[in-house]
Design a protein around this ligand. Sequence first.
Ligand code: ADP
Ligand code: ZN
Ligand code: ZN
Length: 847
Amino acid sequence: MMHQAFFVEVILPFATPKPYTYHIPDELRKEVQIGVRVEVQFGTGRNIYAGIAMAITHSAPGYTTKPILSVVDKEPIVTAQQIQFWQWIAGYYMCTLGEVMNAALPTNLKLTGETTVMLNPEHNADFAALDDKEYLVAEALLLQKELTIEQIQKILQQKTVYPIINRLLMYGVLELKEELHQKYKPKTALFVALGGQWSVVGGQSSEISSKQNDETITEINESRQPTTDSLQFLRKAFNATLKSDKQTQTLLAFVQLSKKQNWVKASDLYAAAKVDIAVLRAMEKKEIFVIEEKEISRVNSKGEEISLTTALSATQAQAVADIKTAFETKNTVLLQGITGSGKTRVYVELIQEELKRGGRVLYLLPEIALTSQIITRLKAVFGNDIAVYHSRVNGQERVELWNQVVAGRQIILGARSSLFLPFQNLSLIIVDEEHDSSYKQHDPNPRYNSRDCAVYFAGLFGAKVLLGTATPSVETYYNADIGKYGWVKMTQRFGNATLPEIQIVDTGAENKKRTMLGNFSPQLLSAIKDTIAKKKQVILFQNRRGYAPTLTCSNCTWTFDCRNCDVTLTYHKHLNAMNCHYCGFTAKVPKECPACSSPSLLLKGYGTERIEDELKIHLPDARIARLDLDTARSKINFAKLLDDFEAQELDILVGTQMVTKGLDFEKVALVGVMNADSLLHYPNFRAAERAFQLLTQVSGRAGRKETAGKVLIQSYDTKHLVLRDVLENQTERFYERELKERERFQYPPYYRLISVSVRHKKYEVMAASVKIFTQLLKNGLGTRVSGPAEPLVPRVNTYYITDYLIKVERDAERIILAKKIIADAITQLQHGEGFSTVKIAVNVDVY
Ligand code: ADP
Ligand code: ZN
Ligand code: ZN
């Protein structure tokens, strides 16, 4: 009897046009299920991958199949719904399933021939529990720092190694080399408590704030009831310090400071008793004290804890009711609440109600690093019901979380990629700051916008989507306006807070009067001084990092350009180097002009570094810090910076758009925008939208709570309509005008926009392919194609680039057709002789 062969379609973790089919050897038949990883070979030799089993069939493909080598997982790691979601993304954003898989899976679940493994430095290896093969790998890693897949295959003398590697990863014995990264360390400090067996009195969990620093120990802290035992202990302890005045002083200070809490910050003791760590350590030896490093998180500077469980304001209660009503008829609702209206509190209310009903919630945030404040606050409310998923979480934890989602955690908080977690069910997705462009992945594929994906994804579960923001994207505003989405507004700030007073400073006029001090107008400078004098804080926004964007020769007009890109190099003072913001190329700062040998080199323009420098000259006593990609590159640094600013250990924060996002600092009374013009005149159809959002958001950082806020915007173009809208708080006027413009020039939301860029290292190849490609596109799409056009930066990272913009009517069938024409044109071009190396990037719904 002929037995029936089984085949499995496998998604491979790279760009192949279609999933690849393998046959299943008899002995593996029982183990293969949809959603497990299977180990397969692709191409030649040792190219081994873990792919996802996507479908099991009896029908052989048109080619000779290879067998799958092993089955990596006992249980599926990907659900059927996820595979459906991946397929939708691949179709909608015109990319391959493999590329979606790459974006979706955490690194530790992606095994390829290039994988390199190391021992997990945090693992206390108990090798005794490992089986023979696992042990061999672990042992080899003790001798050799890292191993490639190929080396492991040699050690084990077998081809199939992924199941073993996978188990070792799950045990936490191994770590992938790719995963090695800076680990985020929460802010900690040394704390002191009474030692000895009497020190632990209660056992309740409570948060107690220290008197001096308004800080909270976010850890189990025992309740504080003096008992006879502890009094006895104290007496004994005092006796033990009799020989040392310093120790007695310290103990007395401790008793004073510990009236409200068991753990006292070591630095408070240093200050109160004029001692140092040596004294504390000596007392620790005598078992009078125990000393521990503990995590601290700050509460706001008035010492009150920021709570998200306090009563809703009337506005908030109304919003909650309106949202619920809207959800009765709409799947997606826009919550448009002005900055400081307390949207987070509204989310919390909705989440709590959702959980009561047994629902599951996904809370999306644009950038996790920038929203540590919100995370801390939400964790305080939801404790263990909430799990955070983002790139700062290390590899193993991320896989654990992946598995927990399978097991069912109630609330997941995460950045755009958390949409890829294997949810079993979901009833509500909250997209906070829905307008934020970091929801869109720009490069590489899949170039998806997780706000839009959330709407589709929710549909798979019958879940609702809440889009929250003060400044909706024009698309979302439109969808609310035409009634496709529900629309709920909050127009009052929470509490007594009022919107800040905004003023525009005419930089041109000040220039003429020669009153500018470097890049500061006298108005801005004096406002800064006033604010600091009142012990309030300042945020300054400058949309460019580095010191100066251009180095030029004042004699012959030579400029220092990147050798890989068509842009000038930016001067970075702290690096003392020239740096390209497109490709990362760095060069030394020349002493004289390489073209004419003149020594008169000039720095033109300014970035955050220069602003910081000028400020230090104008305000030598102010405590200034800079928040941009350069200072935030280290996550530890970043968190510390925000902590310090919140604790008012800094007066001024100078930064790029990072400072515009969602931060909630009570003492910020002044926001300064150094130069609005670069925002207003950016050559992009979204420039007005971006400028409006940015200026409104950055203004929103001022005057939260009782601190009255002020915003100063420096600009040459004081009559610009967008500036007027921001100034007069005319949100609706802005959107209505912008919508008209978009309609007139056939831009989103009225038309869909797909950009296609053609790239090649050789200019001639790029130019020749553009000739053919233009024809192919125009044959199918006619006047919907704009271009070919040279982009703003026509060469990036040694690639010459040409762009097309394709505008398609918002009609499902037309869009599908247009995408097909584009896809066919690409295939045809790349099959043409000499063009197989041309790179083409398609970006659907350009952001
Ligand atoms: P938004 O995100 O809308 O700009 P936030 O959610 O950051 O506003 O809230 C602004 C401030 O008001 C925060 O400091 C928050 O703690 C406070 N707040 C909002 N709602 C309440 C409430 N119901 N009770 C107490 N404080 C609140
Ligand atoms: Zn010169
Ligand atoms: Zn460059």
